[in-house]
Write a protein that binds this ligand. Structure first.
Ligand SMILES: Cc1cc2nc3c(=O)[nH]c(=O)nc-3n(C[C@H](O)[C@H](O)[C@H](O)COP(=O)(O)OP(=O)(O)OC[C@H]3O[C@@H](n4cnc5c(N)ncnc54)[C@H](O)[C@@H]3O)c2cc1C
Length: 245
């Protein structure tokens, strides 16, 4: 339950409030406003100027407070990322939820987080003992505290997303995103299972993507699907992504 609210005027003020015990950054509030057992305070980020989308060289940079719908509507946003966002969140949630809030709360079944992982998204994190700029792949397993201010993804890439779910708008049982750079560098991220999506491959070329997909889901059995099923679907979706690039 939110028991304290502060609207910071700049990043330094936000960091000062966040240094107090029991304080959390407030994005769109769609997760923080849910019923929680413990009492906590929030620091509203909406006046920090972190609501922007800009193209810088080969990168798309966006502020942490950018809403998911702003990203969907951004002309430069990769089509595969828009597709993943529409699967993960309905329009009302996309209009309120922020990119940072979605990455903090996204789990292994999140199409958005899986696609951002394949894109090798970089997060800028500020605050005492914060890591500075960190790749999403390093961020997810540890989810260090601190204030996310900015996120960037590459634009000089080809990106494809595929998924299998019970229905077209349901969370995936298996999803795959393949991103290829002009150099041949190819990343495969798999979602649909566990606490975080899995980076199955980051190679200098696409060879071996089938084996990488299979081995990443070696122990992926749960109440939704057996590991054997996920292994076969992951390999099929990874191949489909690659063929569509
Ligand atoms: C009706 C409903 C349906 C939903 N459906 C889905 C769904 O289908 N799929 C799904 O994945 N989620 C869903 N959610 C959950 C929620 O929408 C997501 O978790 C959302 O992306 C959170 O974003 P937010 O900006 O609202 O985060 P907030 O609620 O503001 O914050 C979430 C977390 O992120 C932290 N945070 C926010 N901004 C920053 C920052 N800049 N730096 C550091 N930490 C930060 C907060 O402190 C908090 O811990 C749903 C929620 C509701 C209410």
């Amino acid at each position: 339950m939110i028991t304290e609210y502060h609207r910071a005027k700049d990043i330094n003020e936000a960091l000062e409030w966040l240094a107090q015990p029991g304080m959390h950054p407030l994005g769109g509030g769609t997760w923080l406003n849910r019923p929680h057992q413990e009492a906590f305070g929030v620091v509203d980020l909406q006046e920090l100027g972190l609501n922007f989308i800009r193209k810088t060289g080969n990168n798309l940079e966006f502020g942490a407070v950018t809403t998911l719908q702003q990203l969907v509507e951004a002309p430069d946003c990769p089509v595969a990322l828009k597709q993943a966002l529409r699967i993960d969140f309905g329009l009302n949630i996309r209009n309120a939820a922020t990119v940072a809030g979605a990455l903090i709360t996204g789990d292994g079944r999140s199409s958005f987080t899986t696609t951002m992982l394949a894109l090798d998204a970089k997060l800028v994190i500020t605050g005492k003992n914060s890591p500075g700029t960190i790749g999403l792949g390093e961020f997810l397993p540890i989810r260090p505290g601190g204030l996310i201010t900015e996120i960037s993804i590459p634009l000089n890439v080809n990106c494809a997303f595929e998924m299998v779910a019970r229905s077209p708008k349901d969370k995936p049982i298996v999803c795959a995103c393949v991103v290829r750079w002009p150099s041949g560098r190819t990343r495969l991220a798999l979602g649909g299972f566990g606490k975080n999506p899995i980076l199955a491959m980051d190679g200098t070329e696409p060879d071996g993507i089938d084996a990488a997909a299979r081995s990443a889901f070696y122990e992926s059995g749960d109440e939704w699907a057996s590991a054997e099923y996920r292994i076969n679907i992951a390999a099929t979706l990874a191949r489909r992504c690659l063929e569509s690039l």
